[in-house]
Design a protein around this ligand. Sequence first.
Ligand code: ZN
Length: 115
Amino acid sequence: MRRNISYRNRIKNYVFSEAANIYKTLADLNEVEFIIARNKLNMLKRLALKTGVRLPRKYKRLICKKCGELLIPGRTARVRVKSKRQKHIVQTCLNCGYMKRIIIDVEKIKSLNSI
Ligand SMILES: [Zn+2]
């Protein structure tokens, strides 16, 4: 029997599987593939926004919030761990210079390690 999948769920499945496919190939993209992956991810992000699907964090962090560049550490992004103030990761877009701070939840990591 075919299950009744709603429109939003279909979009969700599509967005997640496409994003996962791009995520897998990130390490070895040539110039053309890089542009295709960037445009596709931006398209998926717009689609997710429009349909109310929440994109997982790891895919969301791949796109620069300011210029839409695909962020690959060592290629188009600089990633640094800072321990001043609260411990956090700084991800800098090398295209436009936008900096994103990601706070490291130390308590959460500790609780994960103790199990
Ligand atoms: Zn940028």
